[in-house]
Design a protein around this ligand. Sequence first.
Ligand SMILES: N[C@@H](CCC(=O)N[C@@H](CS)C(=O)NCC(=O)O)C(=O)O
Length: 226
Amino acid sequence: MPQNLILWGVGTSRTVRAHWAMHELDLKYECRPILPRSGETKTPEYTKLNPRQKIPLLQDGSFTIGESAAIVTYLSRTYSTTDNSLVPDQPAEFARWLEWCFFIVSELDSTSLYVMRRHGTNQGLAHIYGAAPGVVEKAAEYFREQLRHVDVSLGDGRRYLMGDRFTSADILFDHLSGVGHRVWRRSLRQRIALSRASNLTASLYEKRRGQCGGNLIRCCFKFDIN
Ligand SMILES: N[C@@H](CCC(=O)N[C@@H](CS)C(=O)NCC(=O)O)C(=O)O
């Protein structure tokens, strides 16, 4: 069992992924609830830990790792049991899982959704990163198009992206967009680890938001992708 897990960050969909994985794997950990867009990722102390100045970040003893998808994979590969593993072992299943993860992180997140977040004026972060309405419109179009691939897969009524087996790909996808097929969504709602992680991070976020007050730059989680 891990001795000294510290997870940095709350208040974003990417940080919830890491908290959710912790709860799925039943791990005890310490949370350092720093917030995005609050200046807290830019302090010298944090920059030393993570020069990319992003959350989430995981410390496991002297080992430090960022990127939410890498964190959940590391946690599962290091601490899962045969019953709660979030990453398939068998080569073809592993490759399929990897395909989902890359698709979610690259096609859905980086190429389209995050572009909409950063440059959107409709509940986006254009006030920080600059408005680019044409780019946002094209990114939304691309996002909807890519989402159709997920719809086709989930349309066969499977409970999770990998079929009957819950994996970290479901964690990545859920905390990307709040979309997804009805059966899949119902399966996720039944996961106790998700409600535990969401409740914990929501309460920590509210507490910290109060403390940060006016220093916190407005941030939003919902985006109009219709
Ligand atoms: N690809 C990274 C993205 C992490 C990221 O961009 N985090 C943002 C918040 S969503 C952040 O920490 N920004 C720095 C800040 O706001 O201070 C991941 O999945 O972990």
